[in-house]
Design a protein around this ligand. Structure first.
Ligand SMILES: Nc1nc2c(ncn2[C@@H]2O[C@H](COP(=O)(O)OP(=O)(O)OP(=O)(O)O)[C@@H](O)[C@H]2O)c(=O)[nH]1
Ligand SMILES: [Mg+2]
Length: 451
């Protein structure tokens, strides 16, 4: 038997949330409505070569009545476990107490008990019947205090629970970061001696998985940047006159393809972190109209000053600076920026987002072309939005059901945490991207951003 854990408790106390978080699976049903889980759901969680079982159960509905029934069927402590087994298999009990039969069955079948309570609600004696029933099963057990709204009653819960459970831990299903999740699994490993090694192996698999996820998200990003920064659309025509009216059409195709490609990258990232039903707020994503409005880009990418610093670090500014007649070697960056910021629109690429060109073809005829995107900020915008999503997915737990909106992320702050050499290399690669140069070392340059 692989390690199996039955998550039980009062209705609506976050049992399913705990299952979703620990399984890193957002397909578990969670809702504010009490009684969401009506039958026990067994979730086989496979992580690399390790696996464990989480069983989501309905909440206790009539624990006092159930305890009464059990008491009538056991004359002494030696008969208690048998009474619970009888309860679970009794047809009449299934009629009368469907929820309790559902939740006790996996425990009778050998699962360890995880008893969940809400630390923001006061402890009350009505929980004692539940804990007593669980004790009658004779299974190893642990209590988890989920502070749903706040931590107000954690202490009184701790006192009460410790009389029934050897191990009591606080675990916030909504906020538990990766390390907390691993530490709770570690606590599980002490519940049953024969599962100890398996759970240790599982923890290591989870750590490996995290590393793989990071490496893969880097690949997804790098492919997305390369595709998007070099993307162009074209159409063959017979004459120049036929080509010109194509511009609005090609422009539309160009922008919507870019938008689609970005969404595709974001979807791949979601899949990587096992978010299947997470809704990314598209309304917060730039619409076709403003994705290509460079003024709005400043909130995602770099502002002009930062761009200039970036280009200077990458050794890319010199040529343009000289072109603009603004500087010689002896000038400091501060002196440079003023002039460039004021007059360097073309240099930044702000006024040439994606060119529309009509090219004569060697075999006759013409080709109308839109793209690629030349703006220097473009790769930074894409980078910043992707990193924002990556961080958000890492910090989120799979218990959350709210949508995620991509908002402004502080890219400069993030970049400034890299070493000077790393920054320089990153800027160099971004520069190459905006010049549509194939960059094999792109992934390596992006890696430090993923910690
Ligand atoms: N703020 C906050 N809300 C939580 C937390 N855990 C659960 N909830 C919310 O509490 C409600 C119930 O969560 P579920 O996980 O469905 O609870 P359950 O115990 O499985 O409920 P039933 O299946 O109905 O018995 C949902 O609205 C959750 O979003 C938490 O740690 N913090
Ligand atoms: Mg539930």
């Amino acid at each position: 038997m692989t390690p199996a854990f039955a998550v039980v408790g009062h209705p609506n106390k976050g049992k399913s949330s705990i299952v979703a978080t620990l399984a890193q699976d957002d397909s578990v049903a969670i809702s504010a409505q009490s009684g969401t889980t009506r039958v026990s759901e067994t979730l086989q969680v496979q992580v690399g070569s390790s696996s464990f079982t989480l069983i989501d159960t309905p909440g206790f509905q009539r624990p006092s009545r159930v305890l009464q029934w059990l008491q009538q069927h056991a004359e002494n402590a030696g008969q208690r476990q048998a009474a619970v087994e009888l309860f679970v298999s009794d047809a009449e009990c299934r009629e009368q107490f469907p929820d309790e039969v559902e939740l006790l069955r996996p425990i009778v079948d050998g699962a360890v008990i995880l008893y969940v309570v809400d630390g923001s609600r006061p402890y009350g004696a009505d929980y004692e019947a539940e804990m007593e029933i669980l004790r009658w099963t004779g299974q190893a057990s642990m209590a988890l205090i989920n502070p749903i709204e706040n931590e107000q009653y954690i202490n009184s819960w701790q006192q009460a629970l410790s009389q029934y459970f050897k191990v009591v831990r606080v675990f916030n299903a909504m906020q538990a970061d990766f390390d907390k999740q691993l530490s709770i699994l570690e606590a599980f490993s002490h519940l049953r001696e024969e599962w100890k090694e398996q759970i240790k192996a599982l923890i290591n698999e989870y750590k490996d998985l995290r590393l793989q996820q990071r490496a893969q998200s880097l690949q997804v990003l790098s492919a997305m940047l390369s595709d998007m920064c070099s993307y162009q659309v074209s159409q063959k025509v017979l004459s120049r006159d036929q080509a010109r009216p194509l511009q609005p059409l090609l422009e539309k195709r160009f922008y919507s393809a870019l938008k689609k490609r970005e969404q595709e990258g974001h979807e791949q990232l979601k899949d990587l972190y096992h978010y299947h039903s997470l809704d990314i707020r598209r309304s917060e994503l730039p619409t076709e109209d403003n994705l290509f409005d460079t003024e709005k880009w400043i909130v995602w990418g770099l502002n002009r000053r930062q761009l200039l610093v970036a280009a200077t670090m990458a050794g890319a500014a010199t040529g343009a600076v000289v072109d603009l007649g603004l500087a010689g070697h002896s000038l400091f960056l501060g002196a440079l920026t003023g002039g460039l910021l004021a007059g360097g629109g073309a240099w930044f690429g702000a006024d040439r987002l994606a060119d529309f060109k009509i090219m004569g073809l060697p075999m006759g005829g013409y080709e109308a072309r839109q793209g690629p995107m030349k703006n220097r900020n473009f790769p930074y915008v894409l980078l910043s939005r992707y990193l924002f999503l990556h961080d958000a997915l890492q910090q989120r737990t799979h218990a959350r059901r709210d949508s995620l909106s991509i908002e402004e992320g502080d890219l400069t702050e993030r970049i400034s945490q890299l070493s000077k050499e790393q920054q320089k290399e990153l800027h160099r690669q971004m520069e190459r991207l905006s010049q549509q140069k194939v960059t094999e070392t792109l992934e390596a340059a992006l890696a430090p951003l993923f910690g």
